[in-house]
Design a binder for this molecule. Structure first.
Ligand code: FAD
Length: 550
């Protein structure tokens, strides 16, 4: 029987293989940039290795606003190319991942004093420049139609504009790209950190990679190595005494999570408070998140957290935008913070472009900076052009990345029918409605595996805890097919329970650790350590005032 590349054995096999022969391309960093690049290169038939020090999407790629968006805001900065590319990519990504790229109506409310004609012209320019298909083009809403989508939004509403955007689960989307790369031959491993680069004279010829589970070190020889470590990119270069051609600017963005009944909205709403603060509120199943801030950050990129000032700023904006909701700090059930890896242009972080650049650091060594989740596929194309130069070969545009469906996305019917069919099957098997809804939103065709586990033993369809909309089979899937090796891999990124469940899913963690430990052969000390490590992570996602100090 062949080994699943995302099983624990598959991971070890990948590490062994990548250290046995020279790969064409070694990618450092398993965020969306690295995973997208690995997929692009693997689809071209290259010999590819990707290593990630913690877990896929451990960094910014699980801490974003989770929008696959056209970026209409960037038009104001004249970034027409970025807007055009982002808007086009939305359609491509929905084609390759219909199970993970969910359409969402985005409402821009207009108040007395706002010129409808001015805003409509802006949206019309966006539709035209970005080539937006009719179904996603902007439409004018009457005030009552805006109220129907956001009944507690501040008044006096005049009207609104609605346009089509998309949202995703960024961590699972990143994972799907890593899995797709592996499906097409890439050797991929998480919990595998590059500790130093290997040099032959002035040329980088690979890297030393430490398996942080076994502590074994592998030397991976590569024709080209790419530093795709996002917010860690500058640190990674400086640690090896490589000089980046430009400085990077890390900008922190914070989000607050509420139960949807406290801020009842459908879709997403652009927020503009009377005092001039701007942001958004986005509905995701039973929750609504409010974001985000944009403030320079100069501490370690490892665990950014929501600070009291950002929480205050976002809460005040939400209170002013939904005055009748009477929300207070007690309504905030979670927070998260991410770091934008921007290229320093000497401007404020909000005005700094989201464009990406590829830098040649040494012969055989490239580094990527900037970018967005939405444009990751095009970033991969751009990096591959530089890789081709290093290899003295020529690459065509890679259309395969726009055609090959990501794992979980090969649906036999359209996504609405697929979700309702799967909902029915899960409900017939005793899975609660909200849980079934969440599963069909996150897992695509992997639902078939969850159902199969349930047919082997109905225990796998049981909830992980009474107050948690997740089932035991998800832990098994995460271990057997999604390379989850730590309880945080499962809680934070495979299941999204850290961000989108009551009390960060802490009531489920013992059961989840029990299942994971049995599958991975943990002893009691390891199991306890995993639970305590996750408890610390959950603590860091609470409101600053509720956190216990260690
Ligand atoms: P990361 O995801 O941070 O990945 C880098 C990886 O490198 C990490 O996993 C890290 O563990 C690994 N690494 C570091 N050092 C090593 C080493 N030595 N060895 C091995 N691995 C290593 N974009 C959108 O399109 N839509 C949005 O709605 C959106 N919202 C955002 C909101 C916020 C608050 C922020 C901060 C960003 C947002 N973005 C959004 C931008 C987008 O999220 C980022 O551009 C993208 O996730 C960056 O991905 P990355 O792979 O470059 O970095």
């Amino acid at each position: 029987m062949s080994i699943h590349p995302f099983s624990p054995e598959g991971r070890l096999n990948a590490l062994e293989q990548m250290s046995k022969e020279t790969v064409d391309l070694l990618i450092v960093g398993g965020g969306i940039t690295g995973c997208g690049l690995a997929r692009d290169a693997a689809l071209r038939g290259m010999k590819v290795a990707l290593v990630e020090k913690e877990d896929f999407a451990y960094g910014t790629s699980s801490r974003s606003s989770k929008l696959v968006h056209g970026g209409i805001r960037y038009l104001a900065n004249g970034e027409v190319n970025l807007v055009r590319e982002s808007a086009r990519e939305r359609r491509v990504l929905q084609t390759i991942a219909p199970h993970l790229i969910h359409p969402i109506p985005f409402v821009f409310p207009l108040y007395k004093g706002n010129s409808t004609a001015k805003y409509r012209t802006g949206f019309a320019i966006f539709d035209k420049l970005a080539g937006v298909p009719p179904s996603d083009q902007h439409k004018l809403l009457k005030a009552d139609e805006v109220r129907a989508m956001a009944p507690l939004l501040r008044e006096p509403l005049k009207s609104g504009i609605v346009y089509g955007e998309y949202m995703t689960d960024d961590a699972r989307f990143t994972l799907a790209n890593a899995q797709s790369a592996a499906e097409h031959g890439a050797w991929v491993a998480n919990h595998a950190a590059v500790t130093r680069f290997l040099l032959d004279g002035d040329r980088v010829i690979g890297a030393a990679v430490k398996d942080t589970i076994s502590n074994k070190v592998y030397n991976v020889a590569a024709k080209v190595t790419v530093n795709a470590t996002g917010p860690w990119a500058e640190e990674t270069l400086l640690k090896s005494r490589f000089k980046p051609p430009k400085r990077m600017l890390l900008s922190k963005g914070v989000h607050l999570l509420f139960r949807a009944e406290r801020i009842p909205i459908e879709g997403a709403i652009a927020l503009r408070s009377p005092s001039g603060k701007e942001g958004f509120a986005i509905r995701r199943l039973e929750h609504v998140y409010v974001g985000t801030t944009d403030v320079p950050y100069d501490s370690s990129p490892d665990e950014p957290t929501a600070d009291a000032e950002a929480v205050h700023e976002l809460l005040t904006m939400a209170q002013q935008c939904f005055p009748d909701a009477n929300i207070t700090e007690h309504d905030i059930i979670g927070t998260w913070a991410g770091l934008r890896p921007l290229i320093d242009e000497g401007k404020s972080s909000r005005d700094t472009s989201r464009h990406d650049e590829v830098w040649k650091i040494k012969d055989g060594f490239l580094s990527i900076a900037g970018g967005k989740l939405t444009t990751y596929r095009q970033m991969a194309h751009r990096i591959m052009r530089h890789v081709a130069k290093e290899l003295h070969i020529h690459f065509e545009n890679n259309e395969k990345t726009a055609e090959v469906i990501l794992p979980g996305g090969k649906l036999h019917t359209n996504v609405e029918n697929f979700r309702s069919e799967m909902m029915e099957t899960l409900k017939e098997k005793g899975v609660a409605e909200q849980t079934a809804n969440r599963l069909t939103w996150l897992y695509g065709t992997f639902i078939h595996d969850l159902i199969r586990y349930g047919e082997e033993d109905s225990m796998w369809l049981e909830p992980l805890a009474d107050d948690i909309n997740a089932i035991k089979g998800e832990v098994r899937l995460a271990v057997e097919q999604e390379m989850a090796l730590a309880i945080s891999d499962f809680m934070c990124r495979r299941s999204a329970l850290l961000l989108f469940s009551e009390n960060h899913g802490l009531s489920a963690v013992k059961t989840a650790a029990g299942i994971m430990g049995a599958l991975l052969g943990w002893d009691e000390t390891k199991r306890r350590h995993e639970i305590s490590r996750y408890t610390e992570i959950a603590n860091a996602h609470m409101l600053p005032v509720k956190r216990t100090r260690s």
